[in-house]
Design a protein around this ligand. Structure first.
Ligand code: ZN
Length: 50
């Protein structure tokens, strides 16, 4: 069966969700991907939290 137009098959178990902290406003958030940006101030100066 080849269905076209279906939703993409997201694999959430494969996506690494990590906690980041914004260096500009200090907000802590969960980001996915290599270069997440702060949801508060849109800064890209974030560092991963462990
Ligand atoms: Zn920020």
């Amino acid at each position: 069966m080849c269905s076209v137009g279906g939703p993409p098959d997201f694999d959430f178990e494969m996506g690494q969700v990590e906690k980041y902290k914004c260096k500009d406003c200090g907000d802590e958030f969960k980001g996915i991907g290599k270069n997440p940006s702060c949801p508060k101030c849109a800064s890209e100066k974030v560092e991963p939290l462990k």
